[in-house]
Design a protein around this ligand. Sequence first.
Ligand code: HEM
Length: 485
Amino acid sequence: VLRKDVPKGLQRLPGPKPLPIIGNVLELGRNPHLSLTAMSERYGPIFQVQIGMRPVVVMGGSDVIRQALIKQGEEFSGRPDLYSFQFINNGESLAFSTDLAGVWRTRRKLAMNALRSFSNIASTTSNYSCKLEEHISREAEYLIRRISSVMEASGSFDPFRHIVVSVTNVICGMCFGRRYSHDDQELLSFVNLSDEFNQVAGSGNPADFIPFLRFLPSGTMKTFQDINVRFNTFVEKIVRDHYINYDKNNIRDITDSLIDHCEERKLDENSNIQVSDQKIVSIVNDLFGAGFDTVSTALSWAVVYLVAHPDIQEKLYQELQERVGMNRTPCFSDKANLPLLEAFILEIFRHSSFLPFTIPHCTTKDTSLNGYFIPKNTCVFINQWQVNHDPALWKDPSSFCPERFLNADGMAVNKLEAEKVLVFGLGKRRCVGESIARSEVFLFLAILLQKLNFHGKAGHTLDMTPEYGLTMKHKRCQLCATLRL
Ligand code: HEM
């Protein structure tokens, strides 16, 4: 590999010596978030590894990450052209594709506006403050009924299996104006089988970096491609229906509003169309795709942590009893009055760090950081797990302790502590669904906790070892829930 000369006054990044062809793949192992955290102890908060033939800059220190993603945001806002990304959303993903800055920025703005307007839009009944609150409350009620009936029939339930359908229905409501039954086979065929998706899309997947691995028979890669095809076919059908029934005087959901955007700009003589209709309308694939797996994973972890910490579950229930009561369903405006619940959610984000790395970044030009030279088009991994477990930032980082986020009097969340948790990325590529995601996790959990008591199944031990991927999940398990009277 030709290495670019380092400009005068700058240094080459430190890092382990790579082997020919495979680079440092063996050292990455099965849990790159852990192995790269361990390497960081030796090489510092920013260093370089080589995956296959490709150099990758790894950042795991909070200060370095803030410097790169916020202060030098523009230079670190690209995405690398990785092999697996071309299968996501037909290579046209807003989140994963190598769209040039202008195109990406236009699409990102459209995505944020669409999400904002379709979550804040007024509910059709006066019982809810907005449509998002209505979707979540209704789905949470369905979920409770579903879990109860599965409990009655089989004596235990698989949390992810049912949560994922409820969460998918919230984002489907906003994107497509419809919901699906918990038994819809087409929906289940990709939402319930996202493990391979996460394995392949996770940072450091060797097939992305070592070309010959793509040609070896790999069940995982094949399933990854299948899931993407199923997903794209599912959305294409819905989008086609929307084009047929589109009425500019009745914009029903995000898909309609994206179609409308394309139609309106065609009527505008001054509009400078640089982004194709396809790239506009397919934004909905990204919102739908990013919106179901992440939030389901967070909630499924939450339920597992509740089972592992029954004392915390009891305290959360007491907080709900005192601050909301049992006569009405919790709502968004209760959030400020439920500091322990907020602290619990922050601790799940931190402790599980279920998105261990952001989506990989890429430099958009030659740059430098901390005196090190980083050439244009260098792939960059942001190790969120490391920030969330850094002993310099957290006391006893491996223990699960929601109280760490509470003020001394226990009456409010300490904002400064809360902001140290890194799960949504930072800067220009920061998650566009963050506020919706936080609202969903909060309200689903508040409603579930008010109605159900979760516990383990006799004879089953709870295995909380995360399985590495883009989002890390706990192993599938059987849990029990009883209705609170
Ligand atoms: C990107 C986390 C929920 C839409 C991201 C990134 C992270 C993240 C770490 C990558 C940031 C980077 O590359 O630096 C999460 C977590 C969620 C969540 C932890 C739930 C707890 C959602 C939801 C939506 C969404 C509900 C949509 C409704 C997106 C999109 C991007 C993104 C479109 C790509 C942004 C870009 O590349 O410019 N998210 N997310 N996310 N997220 Fe989320």
